[in-house]
Design a protein around this ligand. Structure first.
Ligand code: CMP
Length: 139
């Protein structure tokens, strides 16, 4: 059975360009409840840890640099079929390929600076949520 929670973060460029409110509005209008939310900034070291699965990829260094370049807004979101529905709401990794009306189509500027992250499985949603939020913040 699909889980009912996913993890997302609004990335530095979208936060810097004041799209936080508009993105949260889209998330709430899609039926998600915000379980946990904060504004924080990753260091190169913590960004590197979060994206460790991509360590061997050619874009890893650029990704770590970008993700630690400014504040981000991580959130845990709740709704039935949370992970898959959220991936539909945000659209493809590359905004050029993202469907009309998706968060990335509206607010991403490139594949690297793609406005938001979304977990790709229930297992990763749990791992990523616990990276940012303690047990009492994930009530
Ligand atoms: P995200 O969903 O946060 O997960 C991994 C991230 O790596 C992805 O979004 C993109 O921001 C980034 N990424 C994936 N492919 C590329 C690429 N070819 N060039 C730059 N960044 C990439």
């Amino acid at each position: 059975m699909a889980g009912n929670r996913t993890f997302t973060m609004i990335k530095p460029r979208a936060v810097a360009e004041n799209h936080t409110g508009a993105i949260i509005k889209m998330i709430e209008e899609a039926g998600y409840k915000i379980v946990s939310i904060k504004k924080t900034q990753l260091t190169a070291s913590t960004a590197g840890k979060f994206y460790e699965v991509h360590k061997e990829r050619p874009f890893y260094e650029e990704l770590v640099k970008f993700m630690s370049s400014g504040p981000i807004v991580p959130m845990i979101l709740e709704k039935e079929n949370a992970v898959l529905d959220y991936r539909k709401l945000i659209g493809s990794t590359d905004p050029a390929e993202a469907a009309e009306g998706t968060i990335r189509k509206l607010y991403a500027t490139s594949k690297g600076e793609n406005a938001v992250h979304g977990s790709d499985s229930d297992e990763n949603a749990e791992i990523e949520s616990s990276f940012f939020f303690s047990e009492i913040e994930r009530f």
